[in-house]
Design a protein around this ligand. Sequence first.
Ligand code: UD1
Ligand code: CA
Length: 453
Amino acid sequence: MTARSSLTIVLAAGEGTRMRSSLPKVLHPVAQASLLAHVLGAAPKEASKGTGTSLAVVIGPDHQAVADEARRIRPDALTFVQRERLGTAHAVLAAREAIARGVDDVLVAFGDTPLITPETFERLRAPLAKGAALAVLGFRAADPTGYGRLVVEGDQLVAIREHADASAEERKITLCNAGVMAIDGHRALAILDKIGNVNSKGEYYLPDAVGIARAQGGEAVVIETSEDEVRGINTKAQLAEAEGVMQARLRKAAMEQGVTLIAPETVYLAADTVFGKDVTIEPFVVIGPGVSISDGTVIHSFSHIVQTTLGKNVSIGPYARLRPGTSLGDGARIGNFVETKAATLEAGVKVNHLSYIGDATVGANSNIGAGTITCNYDGFKKHKTVIGQGAFVGTNSSLVAPVRIGNGAYIGSGSVITKDVPDDAMALERNQQTIREGGAARYREMKTGKKEG
Ligand code: UD1
Ligand code: CA
């Protein structure tokens, strides 16, 4: 929207003790990505002057995992450690060095607010481009208890009063501080450095930036958004609520793109799912990260799919589990109780029932019979199974890897295949069948004591 440079500072130094988890709060997942990943994904991307980066993440001491996650999502992210938890303004100033390098817009967001959107960041920046010193994201809280209240006069934001410090009159205000703020980068340090800690919590409050900016002659404004977008996560119950909101968004976006969801509320999507045209997803399907689904593909009920690429007109399930590294060519079919992992199945391959295909490639149009297992693990290492094109693997075969089945080869049912099978060869590995005439009748007689016939 703008040629202005930006620096987003994400505060993620929270302990998250109310999550009752050893995992840092911002690493908890919503739609299979961390809270932090969602916030970083929404943050503007144009770099600040002279640094080449536009992102700073403030983490707590001993939270290397949070720094790692930040850099995994945004390799350009700078991380700063806030050694003592002295308040939100103190946390922002942990990134002083990044602000001091010079930037047009400084944006501050909380790492535990995963539902924030890129559009909202842009809306918040707009007043700065028009000369405002500061813009605060506000929302109408159903229950404002605990939030900072936005005190406004006309279209001007006069102050933010923290709940603990607010008067009875101020506590009646329902317009609340969402915690996201945009500050004019050229004035940011002059404002932030003036924030004190004389308040009921003895913390350096970022919201005090409003009164200070005004005292310095700057203008402060409010940009409103919905409460759903700015839910902060402090507990597992709030995490589940955010999941609900995020899933509803992802389902709506998928349907707007033309995906048919028969019972949308039962389908779990990841934030990064890529859909082609005329995709149908039946009830009770879970899609994890890294999945792309091409045109005309149908996913039947109770299937679980992660890091998988599906070609056109593929059919999956019901009850299929596609694990990371699965790739299916056009028209491939995976049926019930089939598991795949690190498997490339070319166009037209059928694995219709009760199989495990792992560390394998299967050539076009091969048919893998019910109960076929690639024995990929010898207890020490994983090995590959390579099956050519147009091969037929009979029911209940074990393919002991490493092993290669040639193009057009035919494996008899129940075989344990330990040696490579050449192109167009037939392989059969099973004991001779024995027949004892009348044997069944004699067996029953022995068991029941009654003579038959
Ligand atoms: C804050 C706001 C409040 C707003 C509310 C919205 C302040 C003082 N209050 O209150 O106006 O309505 O969010 O949810 O800003 N953090 C640090 N270091 C610190 C303190 C906090 O990194 O020293 C981080 C936390 O990890 C968290 C965020 O800043 O992500 C907000 O801190 P929190 O203590 O949750 O603030 P609230 O009391 O909820
Ligand atoms: Ca909070």
